[in-house]
Write a protein that binds this ligand. Structure first.
Ligand code: CAA
Length: 267
């Protein structure tokens, strides 16, 4: 397919990415013939792109999308054929997943169609999911004699609870967009042709907020599923206090008092 995007990171072909002038970086998975299967090269490109974006003040929010009928069909099964346990232990993909998981700015997933296996695990690395009515979520690894290997058993259980996670992971059955919304996996369901635009509109709202506060808000919320309550509360308190040292906090409060729109600079 021709690349409608001006590449944010040169040389990528498995993903397409473009930065707009509103601090929003759009990343699209781009292996339509293989249903956006997450081969090693794709994860490498995604990790490199998010690594660059994490250090780039021009990026305040990311939108991650796939195709019209498939977000991503999971790990590339053709790469699994000859893999031994030692190959899996030495797999560079583990590092790519770590980089994706460590991305420090808000990321919104726009999901249409199949969102399966590693694709669903990738979607769960997003902070907010907007799904088209045609979205189908699943962890069908059991059909291949394996289990989710990029966080699915943990993140899915945290997000939708043990009974529904067990049903998905043990049976390989898919969950509809509506059920995923009810279960807490996605924030909003819409007509498929609106998914990407809704995700971008939300990304622009988030990108208009003070970026340091947005980063610390993301980090604090993620602590809730990672540490004990008193540790999470301690982290929140320190993050809250840190923000009082920012120019953006002074600007936000001054703008409120002066009844004008704030201009945030990320300082
Ligand atoms: N890996 C590699 N190739 C894949 C793929 C995958 N995960 N999913 C689809 N493809 C390929 C197919 O082999 C096919 O290739 P050819 O045209 O060369 O034959 C092409 O994409 C189109 O696939 P289909 O004809 O099956 O397309 P469809 O639209 O009828 O069905 C689908 C789409 C439901 C996603 C189906 O392709 C499917 O079930 N894919 C596999 C899903 C899966 O099992 N995912 C889990 C992978 S393991 C994993 O993710 C481990 C982990 O936790 C990290």
């Amino acid at each position: 397919m021709t690349n409608p995007y001006a590449p944010y990171l040169d040389g990528c072909t498995d993903i397409l990415s473009e930065l707009d002038n509103k601090y929003v970086l759009s990343i699209r998975l781009n292996r339509p013939k293989a249903r956006n299967a997450l081969r090693t090269k794709l994860l490498d490109e995604l990790a490199q792109t998010l690594g660059k974006a994490s250090r780039d003040e021009r990026v305040r929010c990311v939108v991650l999308s796939g195709g019209e009928n498939v977000f991503a069909a999971g790990a590339d099964i053709t790469e699994m054929i000859d893999k031994t346990p030692v190959d899996v232990l030495n797999d560079p993909r583990t590092n790519y997943w770590s980089t994706i998981g460590a991305f420090n700015k808000p990321m919104i997933g726009a999901v249409n169609g199949f969102c399966l296996g590693g694709g669903n695990e990738l979607a769960m690395h997003c902070d907010i999911l907007i799904a088209g009515k045609n979205a189908r979520f699943g962890q069908p690894e059991i059909n291949l004699g394996i289990i989710p290997g990029a966080g699915g058993t943990q993140r899915l259980t945290q997000m939708i609870g043990k009974p529904k996670a067990m049903r998905m992971i043990l049976s390989g059955q898919f969950m509809s967009a509506d059920e995923a919304e009810k279960a807490g996996l996605v924030a909003e369901v819409c007509e498929p042709e609106l998914t990407y635009d809704k995700a971008c509109a939300l990304a622009r709202v988030i990108a208009s907020k003070p970026p340091v506060a947005a980063r610390l808000a993301k980090e604090s919320v993620l602590k809730a599923s990672d540490v004990l309550l008193h540790e999470g509360l301690m982290f929140e308190r320190k993050a809250f206090g840190t923000l009082f040292a920012t120019d953006d906090k002074a600007e936000g409060v001054a703008a409120f008092m002066e009844k004008r729109k704030p201009v945030f600079k990320g300082r």
